[in-house]
Design a protein. Structure first.
Length: 83
C-alpha cells in the first residue's frame, strides 16, 4: 500500500471524525478518538468506498478500528482485484 493511500485514509478519518489530519497516524484508533463511534464508522465506510472505489462489506466496516486496519482492508481488496 502506498503512502498516498495512507495520506488519503488519514484525510478521510480527519474529515469524518473532526480530528486534525496532522494528529492522525497509522496507530490512530477508536480508543484514541471519542468520535470514532458506530455512526461514524458507517460514514467512514461510505467515504472509503467513494474515495477508493471499493465495496466495503459490513464485516469490513466492523474491522474499521484503526487507520492501520483500514489500510490493511484496502490492501486485501487490492490483492483480490489483482489475482
Amino acid at each position: 500500500m502506498s503512502s498516498n493511500t495512507e495520506t488519503r485514509v488519514c484525510r478521510l478519518v480527519g474529515d469524518i471524525l473532526g480530528v486534525p489530519v496532522a494528529g492522525i497516524s497509522r496507530a490512530t484508533s477508536h480508543e484514541d478518538v471519542p468520535a470514532w463511534d458506530s455512526l461514524n464508522i458507517v460514514k467512514l465506510a461510505m467515504a472509503v468506498e467513494a474515495e477508493f472505489r471499493v465495496h466495503i462489506t459490513p464485516d469490513d466496516a466492523v474491522s474499521f478500528t484503526s487507520v492501520q486496519a483500514i489500510i490493511d482492508i484496502l490492501a486485501r481488496k487490492e490483492n483480490q482485484v489483482t489475482r
